[in-house]
Design a protein around this ligand. Structure first.
Ligand code: NAD
Ligand code: DAU
Length: 346
């Protein structure tokens, strides 16, 4: 297959590209804008392997760029859309880019697929979405037919993108599938997200800013599992369907933090309780029966995945120090400066 992978230089997209090139004979074009979250170095392992490098093309560009997208979609059998602004806290600071990429960008991709399909070609569209479209789940677990109830600007942009995808399936007969992934962690994740933020801060003996009482709960999915699930849905998903991709370990944020510190041999005194994220979703939890019935389940448990992740960040200081350069200091001060000044013992 020839795949167009948008956002393929980001955290999950690059894992998808690395694993797909290693496991198949597919040819992949990565289209990535290289925002602060995108990093060409995430694809270095593929570029260092001659047989994989021959099947990989990198294009720096925006999914909102219609002529560019049209020309790339004209040469592809499927589009796998990872491109998004992905950090909830940044969407609370300024949501504009979230809407541009998450709604206009998705529309540009869908239009290009529609046009290609109208010329008689088969092009599948995979939208990589999130469990956050369900909103906070106080008890039980979300199933795919539940109503969407997003609560952050990030989640709303993702839900809007999904609605457009569904509309193109219904109205234009576009071949679409959607994945809704759980909280993902692992190597190459930008240190703005809680797992790498807490690992890298702890490695530097810097404070770990735990929001509120830390009793929020997330279901943790190892990045290789998330990437493989997207590939599985691309290959086997039924057109028009959405599939939950649950994690392999529900944890309170406090417990996750304690596990990270234990793996690093660092003290709990590094943890500071800081003023909470506005509109913070207390819990996410999805039912994975639909994807399991199709034949896929996560393989990496949270204990193993977390140990591997801690080991990777410990061994790859250059990678995350680069991500914590440039405008990182300004972002960190904006997001955490006052919070840490007002923090209390956790
Ligand atoms: P990320 O922020 O690490 O990567 C996003 C990538 O998209 C970056 O490489 C960035 O440069 C690129 N990008 C952003 N805007 C673009 C644009 N307009 N045109 C082209 N490229 C653009 O994100 P991630 O954590 O790898 O998430 C990937 C996808 O998975 C996102 O759609 C996200 O909503 C979804 N998702 C993430 C998680 C998670 O826990 N990280 C869980 C479920 C779903
Ligand atoms: O659930 C899937 C979603 O998971 C994805 O769609 C998003 O792209 C991804 O960023 C992630 O969203 P979260 O908001 O759940 O992830 P984050 O790592 O930002 O936060 C995880 C939990 O940790 C959440 O309850 C907030 C808390 N947290 C986070 C940060 C950054 C803290 O307590 N302190 C922090 O500094």
């Amino acid at each position: 297959m020839r795949l167009l992978v948008t956002g393929g230089a980001g955290f999950i997209g690059s894992a998808f590209v690395r694993r797909r090139l290693a496991a198949t004979t597919d040819e992949i074009v990565v289209l990535d804008k290289l925002t602060y979250a995108g990093n060409r170095a995430n694809l270095a392992p593929c570029e260092a392997d001659a047989t994989q490098a021959r099947r990989l093309t990198f294009v720096r560009g925006d999914i909102c760029d219609e002529p560019l997208v049209n020309s790339l979609v004209a040469e592809t059998d499927a589009v796998v859309n990872f491109a998004a602004e992905s950090h909830v806290d940044r969407s609370i600071i300024d949501a504009e880019a979230f809407l541009r990429t998450g709604v206009i960008g998705v529309h540009v991709l869908l239009e290009a697929v529609r046009r290609a399909t109208e010329t008689g070609r088969k092009v599948r569209f995979v939208q990589v979405s999130t469990d956050e479209v369900y909103g906070a789940v106080h008890e039980g677990s979300s199933v795919e037919t539940d109503q969407m109830a997003p609560r952050s600007p990030y989640a709303s942009a993702k839900a809007a993108g999904e609605l457009l995808v569904a509309a193109y399936g219904t109205t234009h007969g576009t071949d679409t599938v959607v994945t809704r992934g759980a909280n993902t962690y692992g190597p190459y994740q930008h240190p703005e997200k809680v797992v790498p933020l807490f690992i890298t801060n702890a490695l530097d003996d810097a404070p770990l800013p735990l929001y509120g009482d830390g009793r929020q709960q997330r279901d943790w999915l190892f990045v290789d599992d998330h990437a493989d699930a997207v590939g599985f849905v691309l290959d086997h998903g039924r057109s028009g369907e959405a599939y939950n991709v649950p994690g392999a370990g529900l944890r309170l944020n406090r417990d996750l933090t304690a596990a990270i510190l234990e793996l690093l041999g660092k003290p709990w005194s590094l943890v500071r309780s800081v003023p909470d994220r506005p509109g913070h979703d207390l819990r996410y939890c999805m039912d994975g029966a639909k994807l399991a019935a199709l034949g896929w389940q996560p393989g990496v448990g949270i204990d193993q995945g977390l140990a591997d992740t801690v080991a990777w960040y410990s061994a790859n200081r250059d990678w995350w120090q680069q991500a914590k350069s440039g405008d990182w200091a300004a972002y960190y001060e904006h997001q955490y400066g006052r919070r840490l000044a007002e923090s209390v013992e956790a």
